[in-house]
Design a protein around this ligand. Structure first.
Ligand SMILES: [Fe+2]
Ligand SMILES: [Fe+2]
Length: 175
């Protein structure tokens, strides 16, 4: 059995991952309504990744015979002042999640629960990538904020062939 302190925190994290999912859907819908389909597509896809993160955590708890409580989430921010604001919010969110994930690894280690600490390693690596992607994107949208088509072209070029499958990823519940 994983440490109780870790199980409690991981259940909270499932809520944070679903909240991130909802926020990214809200951002995608915002860009879709602004007829920025490439930005929309990127965030729809990011949203699915967040859902996967939540479901990987669900699967871990199920496999470990620990209690899973699917939480409600607070409403995401629905509207934004300009093309940059959603990406800035997304970067903040990824930085916050990085702290939460590192915190989870620390809780597991303090409890001597090395299996759970090991489980968090994939998420630590994933957060490094997500923060890097979002800070790159923020730089691009800031630089080209007066020329949305330049941003759309960048998105089409850079993210059109994103490979989603990662053989080292933990198994997500229901897949
Ligand atoms: Fe995530
Ligand atoms: Fe993320």
């Amino acid at each position: 059995m994983p440490a109780e302190s870790f199980v409690a925190r991981l259940n909270e994290q499932i809520g944070h991952e679903f909240a991130a999912h909802q926020q990214y859907v809200a951002i995608a819908v915002h860009y879709d309504a602004e007829t920025l389909p490439q930005l929309a597509r990127f965030f729809y896809r990011q949203a699915l990744e967040e859902r996967d993160h939540a479901m990987m955590m669900v699967q871990y708890l199920i496999d470990a015979d620990a209690e899973v409580v699917i939480p409600g989430v607070s409403a995401p921010q629905p509207s934004f002042g300009d093309i940059v604001a959603p990406v800035a919010l997304a970067l903040d969110q990824e930085r916050r999640v990085t702290e939460q994930i590192n915190g989870l690894a620390a809780v597991a280690r303090e409890a001597g629960d090395y299996t759970s600490e090991q489980f968090m390693q994939w998420f630590i690596k994933e957060q490094v990538e997500e923060v890097a992607t979002m800070s790159d994107l923020l730089r691009v949208v800031e630089r080209s904020k007066d020329d949305p088509m330049e941003i759309e072209n960048f998105m089409a070029r850079e993210f059109a062939h994103e490979e989603d499958s990662d053989p080292t990823a933990p198994h997500a519940a229901g897949t």
